[in-house]
Design a protein around this ligand. Structure first.
Ligand code: F6P
Length: 358
């Protein structure tokens, strides 16, 4: 009998359920009745506290189109979970102990960068792990794409589409804040797909005067409205020169709810047209996974099941040049994949006159 654990960790996104389904159905195909799948509740937290259950094949039916995760998730097991039980405070030891208690042959872990680091830690501790790259941020090193990203691009693009009509009617400037943590993948794609006039990314620090100049020259050319797609991690040129500590202090002192509010205030001093801010926030992580993600998750999940059979452990299932491949966790854990400033998308955007405020 094979025993496989599965958990989802970190911020949720569209695609987790199709990926869980892909792993499970793949395992049932590979091993028939000779496999038990343990669903671990709320990410690493469930592994620490021993909260898991033996899943039935029916648990994985009807979830292909569902957003979120049937297993639940949690963030940062080492920071946020303080008490384990009265006997132990060693979270890694607790995770190992529950892995052993379930008699697992392997643990399949779905998550982003932080999750991957912990997966690698468990690998170093001798556990058999397989990681599937999940995040709307698309910032996992070693894979061309993460699941959740394309669905979030669709949502963020729809937001920009909707803003276009009201922006045009009122001749207003709209600043849309797009998620993505410290990288600009999501903003770049949604910005291009939504027809944004200005795109601000963490990878390309902006100059507010240049942004204002772009908007004013549009107004002078008869375009009263503009759309700015701004990554939540966007930074100004001055901020790019600061140390991490100085940057944190500056942002804390400014006390804006987020970067777009500061940008709006700074721009309003330089532009006559009315400016409005839109923060779609967690909308971008919700709803049904798009068709692309359903296919991607099915491929990644099925490959994880194949890796269990082959005993290919200690890896992420990466999507590289259209193929699902094993990527050793030790080579990728902790590395962030940011947007190359000379990538094709940025080049094309610049060619059609989209400004990056630099
Ligand atoms: O990593 C995914 C993400 O949605 C980021 O884009 C965003 O910065 C963060 O999670 C939000 O985190 P939380 O769900 O904890 O508010």
């Amino acid at each position: 009998m094979k025993r496989v654990g599965i958990l989802t960790s970190g911020g949720d996104c569209q695609g987790l359920n199709p990926a869980i389904r892909g792993v499970a159905k793949g395992l049932y195909e590979e091993f028939g009745k000779n496999v038990e799948i343990y669903g671990i509740k709320d990410g690493y937290k469930g592994l620490i506290f021993g909260e898991y259950k033996l899943m039935e094949p029916s648990d994985f039916s009807g979830i292909l189109t569902e957003g979120g995760t049937i297993l639940g998730t949690s963030r940062q097991p080492f920071k946020t979970i303080r008490v384990i039980d009265e006997n132990s405070v060693d979270k890694v030891a607790a995770m190992k102990s529950h892995y052993k208690k379930m008699k697992l042959d392997c643990l399949v872990i779905l998550g982003g960068n932080g999750t991957q680091k912990t997966a690698n830690l468990l690998r170093e501790e001798g556990l058999n792990v397989i990681h599937l790259p999940k995040t709307i941020d698309n910032d996992v090193w070693g894979t061309d794409i993460t699941f959740g990203y394309h669905s979030a691009v669709e949502v963020a693009t729809n937001v920009i589409d909707c803003l276009h009509s009201t922006a045009t009617s009122h001749g207003r400037i709209f600043i849309v804040e797009v998620m993505g943590h410290k990288v600009g993948w999501l903003t770049l794609s949604a910005g291009i797909a939504g027809g944004a006039d200005v795109i601000l990314l963490p990878e390309i620090p902006y100059d507010i005067n240049k942004v204002a100049k772009t908007l004013n020259s549009r107004i002078d050319n008869g375009k009263k409205f503009s759309i700015l797609a701004v990554a939540e991690g966007a930074i100004s040129k001055e901020e790019a020169k600061l140390s991490k500590k100085e940057f944190k202090k500056k942002r804390a002192e400014e006390n804006y709810p987020s970067i777009v509010y500061r940008i709006a205030e700074e721009l309003q001093d330089k532009i006559d047209n009315e400016i409005r801010v839109c923060v779609p926030g967690h909308f971008q992580r919700g709803g049904s996974p798009c068709a692309y993600d359903r296919v991607l998750c099915t491929r990644l999940g099925a490959t994880a099941a194949k890796f269990v059979k082959e005993k290919t452990f200690g890896v992420m299932v990466g999507m590289v040049n259209g193929q699902c491949v094993p990527v050793p966790l030790e080579e990728v854990a902790g590395k962030l994949k940011s947007v190359p400033v000379d990538c094709g998308e940025i080049q094309a955007a610049r060619q059609i006159g989209i400004s990056f405020g630099d």
